[in-house]
Design a protein around this ligand. Structure first.
Ligand code: GPV
Length: 876
């Protein structure tokens, strides 16, 4: 199936949107609103629809112009393959990026509303879990802004990340009905369809799938900032090859009649809600293959419209695999090239390994995908066969190297043994001589050593093998997807400096030894459009005024020029006033969602991210219990000296993650107890904000004064919210982990509150954990309160407490007890500095001024130059 001309359906008619020149935006909105499909009564929701559809038309114009131009020029494209794109809302971003804010503000004023009012009606597109998905969204914004030819490719999940609500003090999950009112930000492409097969068997070496579905494209235009470029995120939906089995239908078997439809629906129904944990479900692999196959077929079809010979593909396309989720691309590209397009294995491999690149986003063992051969062989028999062949050839190609290495090691070992033996023999001979006897000679030793060497090579090769035995379940064979990605890619990168080192030393050392040049670092970044300019217009206006230009929105290095303003008291006063304003907005939001009334005077201390043991929200919670205890026991004089805090948590726990759900429960319980305790007053408020998502983050981050990034060193690959907080002038309390380290280098470590052990010490400490007894008294006191039921439900928290406090069970893997004392000391330093508001504000400005490096424009520029070889191709 070849993609045909652009065809749009499912969009309401608008009157005055076509044609060029100045348009009446208000009339446009009204016309679009009139024909929206939702049937909602007049009001902000319906008005939002009108506004969105009128913007949609402008996006389509820009989109078509860009795509036509790129098609004509035929530059190399990058295709960002990702199972997740956490886009959030689109309206504000699209209007501002396209420079339409003036027109729309005016039009909406005429209609008695405002952009701020209608924007809140939009539902988030939450097609992602957390950092990895949001990074993909930031990257799309930067690619378009830098005029880089490239598309995102992913899945159009009908249900995105679940909505989190709180019921009876615990998290409950609700479905995410994000498409219920239609989606003005997509264009359905019924003419762009590809068949994707599953199951079946190999007949005469050819794959005959047992099941087939159709992948249908939906395009989401991605407007760049201050450029005509409008890029594309192409998401695939699954359709049955036949809607209805008429034979079954006529025979009265209605369930069978719609079975195909049901099976297709299932593939794109829902996003798996696990962040950085592998689930190993067949449906998940089906999703991965589905979008990868469609994306590769689509790219090849477009390539072949312009070229006859696939050998040139690496000059026109690069596939960036966002973690291992799309790694089946290595095998699928091989299959398409060999089975469909008739290339030889060698030619296909040469093309594949010049087109595919891989980004690793975690070193946590539970996130490294390993698919059982059994599952792969059943779902994708041809791909399993190709993976075996890739592996065989790969191992054959390195056998000499490995044998040489083994020989050297054995020789060294043998020399040491021989030396020891010789010494022993000399001693024995000396002793024998003393007794006047003779010693017999050893035999058969040489033959023994030869046999041993052969086994050693086979054993050593296992470390390089893509197919491995499951170490927990002997006999089960697994495909290590990260190894497949490394072998099949021309570039492999980590996402922060420390992470890129750890993957070289701990995850892929055997590959580094063979091709060190393949390994790179690309420190993550965030788009300054969404994460500063649009979510914090007040601070942005002040920055623009100070710098005399808004060019920093596109050239973040200009933020550096803010540094001198930190020394200016009147500038600091204005900076502080804006932070107060954003704190007030956050306080109002807290009141609206939780009912808790919080003062805007205290220090606003925030930890928002997915709930995970390695991110240590529990440690933060324990510290707050101790703070609560201290307040309760304080004299009036002591209380007067305390720094009041509003402590905010937000984040979703994967629905099946037992401990994470208990952590949410504990935070909610602390919140209930503390906030309703009249002794405490404004000295401490603890808030859990439900349903943390992109739009929530846009309210929370600008209002933060302190943000927590406290993962066990060596566990958080990068973190990206740390960058957003820093850019909004929030201090960081954190560990020497992920991008915290580079933020420290840029901001000056004296401005961060760094605590805890370093990554190098973790392995040793984990060993020592068995007999850990060195508990800080503050830790013990706080945990005792939980055990004693100070926050209710002591039984419910038993396992959680034991998970960090019962070394007989070999627990506290993430070393909370170990880091607690230095964490508490760092928190004391925070309080101390906060008392000096002038100094605090001065450094807050330094944060914003120092962290332009973390613009995703910088990250993407590096990817484009150092991995993709993709050139900016702006419209004339
Ligand atoms: I693998 N990450 C994520 O959000 N989901 C995943 O499935 C995997 C990784 C995150 C890491 O945990 C963060 O440290 C990192 O900043 C982010 O990916 C983007 O690189």
């Amino acid at each position: 199936m070849q993609p045909r001309a652009v065809l749009e359906i499912n969009k309401p008619a608008t009157s005055s949107s076509n044609g060029s020149g100045k348009q009446d935006v208000a009339a446009d909105i009204v016309a679009a609103e009139k024909y929206t499909v939702t049937g909602a009564p007049a009001g902000p929701s319906k008005l939002y629809q009108g506004v969105a559809w009128s913007v949609h038309n402008k996006l389509v114009d820009a989109f078509e112009a860009t795509q036509a131009y790129w098609k004509e020029k035929d530059p190399k494209h990058v295709y960002y393959l990702s199972a997740e794109f956490l886009m959030g809302r689109t309206l504000t971003n699209a209007v501002h990026n396209m420079g339409l804010e003036g027109e729309y503000a005016e039009a909406l004023k005429k209609l008695g509303s405002s952009l701020e009012e209608v924007r809140s009606q939009e539902l988030d597109a939450a097609l992602g879990n957390g950092g990895l998905g949001r990074l993909a969204a930031c990257f799309l914004d930067s690619m378009a802004t830098l005029d880089l030819p490239g598309w995102g490719y992913g899945i159009r999940y009908r249900y995105g990340m679940f909505r989190q609500a709180v019921k009876d003090g615990l998290q409950v999950e609700l479905p995410d009905y994000w498409l219920d009112n239609g989606n003005p930000w997509e264009i359905r492409r019924p003419a762009t369809q590809f068949k994707v097969g599953f199951y079946g068997s190999l007949q005469d070496g050819k794959w005959v799938p047992g099941e087939e579905v159709i992948a249908e494209a939906y395009d989401v235009p991605i407007p760049g900032y201050k450029t005509k470029t409008c890029s594309n995120l192409r998401l695939w939906d699954a359709l049955p090859t036949t809607e209805l089995d008429l034979q079954a239908f006529n025979a009265g078997d209605y369930v069978k009649a719609v079975e195909q439809k049901r099976k297709a629906d299932e593939i794109t129904a829902v996003l798996y809600p696990n962040d950085a944990t592998e689930e190993g479900k067949e449906l998940r692999l089906k999703q991965q293959f589905f979008f990868v196959s469609a994306s590769l077929q689509d790219t090849i079809a477009r390539y072949l419209e312009k070229h006859s010979d696939l050998s040139g593909l690496p000059e026109k396309a690069c596939f960036q695999m966002n973690d291992t989720h799309p790694t089946i691309a290595v095998a699928e590209l091989m299959r398409l090239l060999i089975d469909v397009h008739g290339l030889s294995y060698d030619d296909a491999w040469a093309i594949t390994t010049k087109t595919v690149a891989y980004t690793n986003h975690t070193v946590m063992p539970e996130a490294l995908e390993k698919w059982p051969v059994r599952v792969l062989a059943k779902l994708l028999p041809r791909h399993m066969q190709l993976i075996e062949e890739i592996n065989d050839r790969w191992l054959a190609s390195i056998k000499d190297h490995v044998a040489g290495k083994v020989e050297k090691e054995l020789a060294a070992k043998a020399a040491a043994v021989a030396e020891a033996k010789a010494a022993a023999k000399a001693e024995a001979q000396a002793a024998a001589k003393a007794e006047g006897k003779e010693l017999a000679e050893d035999e058969e030793e040489a033959a023994e050593e030869k046999k041993e060497e052969v086994d050693h090579v086979a054993e050593a090769l296992k470390a390089y093998s893509i197919i491995q035995e499951n170490q927990w379940n002997k006999g089960e064979m697994l495909v290590n997807m990260a190894y497949l990605a490394v072998v099949g890619s021309f570039a492999v990168n980590g996402v922060a400096a420390i992470h890129s080192e750890i993957i070289k030393t701990d995850i892929f050392p055997q590959f580094v030894e063979l091709f060190p040049e393949r390994f790179q670092n690309k420190t993550n970044g965030v788009t300054l459009r969404r994460w500063l300019a649009y979510c914090n217009p007040e601070l942005s206006a002040l920055i623009t005024e100070a710098l005399g230009t808004d060019a920093w929105v596109k050239d973040a290095s200009l933020l550096e020029k803010l540094k001198p303003f930190a020394e200016d008291a009147s500038f600091r006063a204005r900076w502080r006033a804006i932070k107060q304003q954003k704190k007030a907005a956050l306080a109002a939001h807290i009141k609206e969602v939780t009912g808790y009334e919080v003062s805007t005077e205290p220090l606003f201390d925030i930890q928002v991210k997915r709930i995970h043991e390695y991110k240590r929200q529990f440690m933060n919670a324990i510290s707050l219990i101790y703070r609560y205890k201290t307040i309760k026991e304080a004299t009036p004089e002591e209380r007067a000296k305390m720094v009041p805090r509003v402590c905010v948590f937000g984040g979703k726990a994967a629905s099946a993650y037992y401990m994470a759900k208990k952590i949410v429960g504990l935070v909610l319980s602390i919140s209930e107890t503390v906030n309703n305790d009249p002794d405490v007053g404004d000295l401490l408020k603890v808030v859990f904000l439900p349903n943390y998502n992109v739009s929530e983050a846009e309210i929370i981050i600008p209002g933060a004064e302190l943000s927590q990034h406290i993962s066990t060193a060596g566990t958080e690959a990068s973190g990206t919210s740390n960058m957003k907080f820093a850019l909004n002038g929030s201090f960081i309390i954190g560990t020497m982990d992920g991008a915290n380290i580079e933020i420290g280098e840029n901001t000056g470590f004296e401005n961060l509150f760094i605590f805890g052990v370093k990554a190098e010490e973790i392995n040793r400490l984990r060993e020592e954990r068995k007999d850990f007894k060195d508990y800080d008294p503050r830790w013990t006191a706080a945990l005792d309160m939980v055990k004693a039921g100070a926050f209710g439900r002591p039984d419910y928290f038993d396992d959680l407490v034991a998970s960090v406090n019962d070394m007989t069970r070999g627990n506290d893997w993430f070393l909370l007890a170990n880091d607690f004392a230095s964490y508490m000391d760092a928190q004391d330093e925070v309080d101390k500095l906060y008392r000096d508001q002038e100094e605090w504000t001065r450094r807050s400005i330094i944060y914003t001024a120092s962290n332009g490096f973390f613009s995703s424009d910088r990250t993407i520029d590096q990817y484009a130059r150092e991995i993709w070889s993709v050139q900016p191709t702006p419209l004339p």
